[in-house]
Structures are given as C-alpha cells and as structure tokens.
Design a protein around this ligand. Structure first.
Ligand SMILES: Cc1cc2nc3c(=O)[nH]c(=O)nc-3n(C[C@H](O)[C@H](O)[C@H](O)COP(=O)(O)OP(=O)(O)OC[C@H]3O[C@@H](n4cnc5c(N)ncnc54)[C@H](O)[C@@H]3O)c2cc1C
Length: 483
C-alpha cells in the first residue's frame, strides 16, 4: 500500500485502538493513514476473548478508580465510562454484533470484582463472530479491518514508526517510518495517534518495569516502541508496573505462550522448588499470575519460576487448560487435555515419586508438599495460605503436571493521556499533535476489568481519532455538529 506524503491523521499501530481511531477520524472527514509494524493487523485483538464491559450508576467512577488503585485521573475514567455504552452500538454500526454474558457464566468468573464499589452495575458482553466457528477476538478484528478497508484508508504493513518529527513549537508534524527497507517521512496536519500497544513482548522492558519475570501470551511485535516514541516527545509515563496476564505454558514452536486455567478445584501451584506459594483459587481470572509476586515473609525465598500446576483426573476432564477461548497460535487444545498428555506437554504420574521424576522436582520436597496439602484437605483448613475450605479438593492419583511461567497479556505502561486522549507532558500540558489510545499507555493503573482492554482501545481510539481529526480541521467538527 503506497503511503501519502501527508495526511490529517496518522495512526501508529493497526490493532483495535488503531482501527477505531482510523475509522472515527475518517468518518469525521479527515484524511487518514495507518502504519503497522507487523505484516498483519490485529495485535492483541486476535488473541483476545472478545469480551467487553460496561459500568454505570453512581458508583461507576469509584469502581474504575478502585481497580486503578487511584492511579488514573478521574476525568479520564469519566471519559472512559461515558464511552463504554457506545462500544456495542459502534460495532453494530460497522455490521457486527455482541451478546450479553450472564453474570455467573464461565464457571462463576463474572463479575470480576464483586466486592468493589459499584460492582452491581458492571455488565459484560462478548463479540459474536459472523462465523460461529471463529474465535470472538478474530471475528472482532475481521470486522474492524473490513471497516478500515471499506473506507479505503491506506494501511502500510511491515512499516514500523521509527521517530516523531516536530516543528519549532514542539508540535508533532510527522513520523519517520521504515517502509520497504528505507526510512521516509509522512507529514501530519492534525495529529499522530499512538495505538502501538505495550511492551509485554520485550524481555528487558518487562524485567525493568514489571514486578516479575514474564513471558508474553499475546502479540509478539509489542516490544515497547510506544515508549521510545513517547520519550522523544518528552511525555509523561504512567502505570509502568501495571499488567494483567495468566499463568501460561511455553512451547518453543509457538510464538505466544498458552494461557492456563484449571476448571475444577483439585489442583495446586508449585514453584520450581516444589513448594506451594499461594492460595491458588483466591484470584480474579486475569490476576492469578500475581500470585507469583505474593512473597510471604514466613517462606524461605520467593517462588522460583518456572513452576508447575499439579492436578488430578477430575481437573483434567473438567475442560481445556488453555483458557475458555483458545488462542490464534494455530493449535486447538483438546477439550479433556488428553492430546497434550499424549504429546508430553502434560506429565502423567501414578504417585509422587513418578511425578518428581517427570518434573525434576526434588522427591522429598514434593512428597512433603503433597502430604501437607492432603492434610489441609482433610482438616478443611489451609494454614499456609488461607485457601477457602470449599476449594480444598483432594488430589486423587493419577496426578498430572504442566509447567507454568508467569505470562503477561498487556503491560499497561506508556504515555499518560487526558480525557481527550491527548498525550501529556510531566505537569499536565498536552504534547501538541500527539494522542494515545488502548494499550499504548493503558488507563488501567493496577488491576484490569474483564473486557477492559478492548474497551480501552475502542473508547479511546474513537476519542483520539475524533480529536486528531478536529485538530487538523477544526472547522470540520463544527460543520458536522451543525448538520
Ligand atoms: C490472551 C489475551 C486475551 C485477551 N482477552 C481480552 C478480552 O477478552 N477482552 C478485552 O477487553 N481484552 C482482552 N485482552 C486485551 C486486549 O486484547 C488488548 O488490550 C487490546 O487488544 C489492545 O489493543 P490495542 O490496539 O491498544 O493494542 P495492540 O493490540 O497491542 O496493537 C498494537 C499494534 O501496534 C503495532 N505496533 C507496535 N509498534 C509499532 C510501531 N513502531 N509502528 C507501527 N505499529 C506498531 C503492533 O504490531 C500491534 O499491531 C486480551 C489479551 C490477550 C493477550
């Protein structure tokens, strides 16, 4: 796709945020182009479960504020809450459909945070793919991509944004992009929208900012380019240590790690030393990975990773360990995990000694850990970690074990934005001509709501697209309002 010399709005990144920004800017009358670093669009939308979320009522902002641990300006949360009810109608307007997800569905996974302020007002939806065999995240991406194509918006693939260009007033007026092996510049009249995602696929950045060593369960091109572009603009950063993710299984033949969830209570987590390290069941679904950071001062050291999930036959048959919606890795996980046992991804053992041999864990420590857990089950009391008695299910041989690494789906850290999606300098002044949306500096300050990633991308993608178009031609929006 040939790129224009100059556009009103240049969108960096062709995921959900970039697509929403491009569509909105175009529909506001702006000329638009999109740069995408990878050879395909979609980013983490392809990996996602297509879940969406809304919250309203008097406690809506308190709910979001509680999740963000007070680290996101309430005006930004307010803009987000205002945009949430528009997400499904926006997708409908593009020809897509969403369906309500019942509270209590997916094994009682929802609501995510039932005890937070305003929780009774949280509602969830899921994108309904046109082809019912398709994963919801892929169907959602197909819809957004078609909407961009239908509008003849040029998208350059294998075209990473390398550098921002500024005028003498430090307004962003262009982007240097690598295109066809050469660097060239695209001029911008209104604004650049950073929709270039997080840094979760960059080991060094994750090690620097996140509180644990992680692998990525999502899009592999998210290596923190947003941070480099943000630094060039002298912009402020926020949420650098925030993330959500899953415990996950790494297979060298698949670029993204496989997310792991166990669908029956007969399982425990072990660290690399063969010890339990947390209440395995007391976490929100996106937050279980945080169990690895829950260092207990009574323990001898921090949990060593990789660790293991040990489970029994009841848990093996309860559903695929690889989440509820699978992944775009091109691998279909078997419903009862038998194919993965057969492939040797999951080890099967008749007793503790066999399990130690299969996993390489110290036999004596493993035997002790299993005995301690069995004692907790029979006493209905988990003295070490306070796991709820109702979840203390016995582990009945044969036992299974799958290796687990902490996996991150989205690292929130990136440019601070305001309610108009403008990127801010330290002190709060906007960088003229620079906007950000979605995972490029996500609004989520500590915890993330179920459906909070895609909605952040779509709500702020739309705001950024509108604002950047307006910046190019202020008259445009005024005229449209008049119509
Ligand atoms: C396994 C998994 C399941 C999930 N499930 C859900 C869910 O059900 N609901 C939900 O709300 N959220 C979910 N999420 C999170 C959600 O997918 C993301 O928050 C959302 O897709 C982010 O969209 P984005 O467009 O902001 O960023 P991304 O999807 O990360 O897109 C960024 C794009 O920018 C490109 N890029 C990077 N650098 C450059 C550069 N220099 N130049 C040009 N392009 C660049 C990247 O290649 C990428 O295409 C899930 C995530 C994962 C990993």
């Amino acid at each position: 796709m040939s790129l224009p010399e100059e556009v009103d709005v240049l969108v960096v990144g062709f995921g959900a945020a970039g697509a929403a920004a491009a569509i909105t800017a175009h529909d506001a009358g702006a000329t638009v182009a999109v740069l995408e670093k990878a050879s395909l669009g979609g980013g983490n939308c392809l990996h996602s479960g297509g879940f969406l979320f809304e919250v309203d009522g008097p406690g809506a902002i308190d709910h979001l504020d509680a999740l963000c641990f007070g680290k996101t300006d309430r005006s930004v949360l307010s803009a987000y809450a205002d945009g949430l009810p528009e997400v499904s109608p926006f997708l409908n307007s593009l020809g897509g459909a969403t369906a309500a997800v019942e509270i209590g569905a997916f094994g009682g996974m929802l609501p995510s945070w039932p005890n937070f302020p305003g929780a009774g007002h949280a509602r969830y939806r899921q994108f309904t793919p046109a082809d019912k065999r398709e994963r919801p995240g892929i169907g959602l991406w197909r819809l957004l991509q078609h909407a961009v194509c239908d509008r003849d918006i040029p998208v350059a693939f294998d075209a990473p944004a390398l550098e921002l260009k500024f005028d003498q007033q430090r307004r962003v007026v262009g982007v240097v992009v690598e295109c066809g092996g050469a660097a060239r510049e695209v001029g911008v009249r209104g604004g650049v929208v950073l929709a270039s995602g997080g840094f979760e696929a960059d080991q060094e950045l994750c090690d620097t900012y996140l509180p644990l060593s992680v692998v990525s369960v999502g899009h592999q091109a998210n290596t923190g380019d947003t941070l480099a572009l943000t630094a060039q603009a002298g912009a402020a950063l926020w949420h650098m240590s925030a993330f959500f993710g899953w415990l996950s299984f790494v297979h060298p033949e698949y670029p993204a790690a496989f997310t792991l969830d166990v669908h029956a209570p007969s399982f425990i987590y072990l660290d690399g030393d063969g010890r339990r390290f947390a209440d395995e069941t007391g976490w929100e679904v996106h937050d279980k990975v945080r169990s690895v950071t829950a260092y207990m001062p009574r323990r001898e050291n921090r949990p060593q990773m990789p660790g293991w999930i040990v489970f029994d036959e009841a848990a093996r048959k309860a559903g695929p360990l690889h989440g509820i919606v699978g992944s775009p890795n091109g691998y279909e996980w078997s419903a009862d995990n038998s194919a993965e046992v057969q492939a040797g991804w999951i080890h099967r053992a008749e007793n503790s000694a066999e399990l130690a041999a299969a996993t390489g864990l110290a036999p004596a420590i493993l035997r002790r850990t299993l005995a301690d857990y069995a004692a907790s089950v029979s006493e209905r009391r988990d003295e070490l970690f306070g796991r709820a008695p109702a979840t203390l299910a016995p582990l009945v041989a044969p036992l299974y074990a799958i290796q687990m690494w902490p996996g991150v789906a989205t690292a929130s850290g990136g440019p601070r934005r305001d309610a108009l999606a403008r990127v801010l300098r330290p002190g709060g002044e906007p960088v003229p001509g620079l906007f950000a949306a979605g995972a490029a500096g996500s609004i989520w300050g500590h915890l993330t709501e179920h459906g909070g990633g895609l909605t952040d991308a779509i709500v702020f993608g739309r705001i950024a697209g509108e604002q950047a178009a307006h910046a190019a031609r202020p008259a445009l929006s005024t005229q449209q309002e008049a119509v």
